[in-house]
Design a binder for this molecule. Structure first.
Ligand code: 0L1
Ligand code: MG
Length: 262
């Protein structure tokens, strides 16, 4: 099979798995040629399919596997990135049904919005200088793969397990903020389940953003002014169960909540 067919077949199966809410087997055994570079092509095709068929559009980008702990767990040495679409954004005031998810998890992240287009090569100070504001956020991840288990190329193809995201209603300029020491307290049903700091995201959330923008540049892509970038989780992700209420507070940034139903 030629590579363009491989890209089309994998993207189609991932699209269908999500649409039908069905977990599927990973692709790496069926397509041993699936490396990270080919997987990003699958991801790009999957995003095109979603934009065409769901009448949605690109809202931003996300990073994943940004903590050393998660990279070790996966046996990889670098993070990965994916695309956020308009129809993935949820409102923190609206109860969220679990029906569209296969086996969703939730994690706290710092979202960036930029006042101008940012293109690689870019440094961490340049990312911060271009930042219009940061926002407390939740990412809901949901792998299309059986038991949430995959290799790196598989999960890159699956748009980095993206599913939904929720932004808080307070925005903050980064002046006077040191995001690497920004602490977070993550609660489930009123009980603290995890704490973390910005440093767990590649030493500094803006370093994660710079890493992604530099990778995007190698594919002639960039982050546009006004797009949202989820910079990576400050704690581990937790499985979401019926009627769970999650909240997370970030020092100096504010809070965000996620209310689930059945
Ligand atoms: O946003 C994330 O960190 C998820 C990246 C993909 C790996 C996973 O699903 O845990
Ligand atoms: Mg994430």
């Amino acid at each position: 099979m030629i590579l363009t067919d491989t890209v089309e077949v994998i993207a189609e199966e991932l699209f269908t798995a999500e649409a039908k809410i069905q977990e599927i087997d990973t692709f790496i055994h069926r397509y041993p040629e699936l490396d990270a570079a080919l997987a990003y092509k699958v991801q790009e095709r999957l995003i095109e399919m979603k934009c065409e068929r769901q009448k949605t559009h690109v809202r931003g980008h996300k990073l994943g596997l940004t903590s050393v702990a998660k990279q070790k767990m996966m046996g990889v040495h670098e993070p990965l990135y994916g695309v956020l679409l308009n129809d993935m954004e949820l409102d923190q005031q609206e109860p969220i049904s679990l029906q569209p998810f296969i086996h969703a998890k939730i994690e706290p992240e710092i979202a960036f919005v930029f006042e101008r287009d940012i293109k690689g090569p870019i440094s961490v100070p340049e990312v911060l200088a271009a930042t219009a504001y940061v926002i407390p956020a939740f990412e809901i991840i949901d792998s299309r793969y059986r038991n949430f288990k995959f290799t790196l190329p598989d999960v890159i193809a699956d748009n980095a397990s993206s599913s939904r995201f929720i932004l808080g209603d307070r925005i903050r300029k980064t002046d006077g903020l040191d995001l690497k020491v920004t602490g977070t307290v993550f609660k489930k049903n009123g009980q603290v389940i995890a704490t973390g700091t910005g440093a767990s995201v590649m030493g500094h959330p803006a370093r994660a953003v710079a890493w992604m923008v530099n990778k995007l540049a190698a594919r002639a892509q960039y982050v546009k002014a006004g797009e949202v970038v989820l910079s990576g989780a400050l704690t581990e992700a937790f499985r979401i169960e019926e009627n769970d209420v999650f909240s997370v507070g970030f020092d100096g940034l504010g809070v965000v909540q996620a209310i689930f139903t059945t």
